[in-house]
Design a protein around this ligand. Structure first.
Ligand SMILES: [Zn+2]
Length: 56
C-alpha cells in the first residue's frame, strides 16, 4: 500500500494493507476520509456523510 495523504491537512494517513475501497478512516485532524479506487490504485477523499437520496 503506497503512502496515502489526507486531502484536508496533507499529512500521511495510515491505511492497513488489506484496506478495501469504501472503508472510512478518521484522521487526527478530525476529517472523515473514504478510501476509493482510482484508475491505478487507491486514494482518499473527504467523506461528507451518507447520501440521503432514497426517493422519499
Ligand atoms: Zn487530516
Amino acid at each position: 500500500m503506497p503512502q496515502l495523504r489526507c486531502p484536508v491537512c496533507g499529512l500521511p494517513v495510515e491505511v492497513p494493507d488489506d484496506a478495501l475501497p469504501g472503508e472510512l478512516y478518521e484522521h487526527e485532524c478530525g476529517a472523515t476520509l473514504e478510501l476509493y479506487e482510482t484508475g491505478n490504485g487507491l486514494s482518499l477523499r473527504v467523506f461528507e456523510g451518507l447520501e440521503e437520496d432514497w426517493g422519499e
